[in-house]
Design a protein around this ligand. Sequence first.
Ligand code: FES
Length: 104
Amino acid sequence: MQEFEITTEANALRDGQAGPVDVPGKRLALVRLEGKFYALENACPHRGGPLSVGYLDGCRLHCPLHGWGFDVTNGACDVRPDQPVATYPVEVRDGRVWVSFGEK
Ligand code: FES
């Protein structure tokens, strides 16, 4: 069974916005897009740029350092298909965003 950890209040992000959230031992880029939330690894696989302060273009989150784009739904990279970022399942319960890092 997947265990979820709380990250933030759902209203902390506007639609079309990305932001950083911290859970123990990890920083994520959390994205709110068309009413859904997506959680990605924060560090860009190119040179570690903080994706949480990148910019959104549709469903692509672009790294603020050199512009690589990542599909927020699956982590696929548009520049280097061999360099995706990890994505994590997200649920919203009672106005809070929960992210799963797998089974415990
Ligand atoms: S560090 Fe992200 S594109 Fe270079």
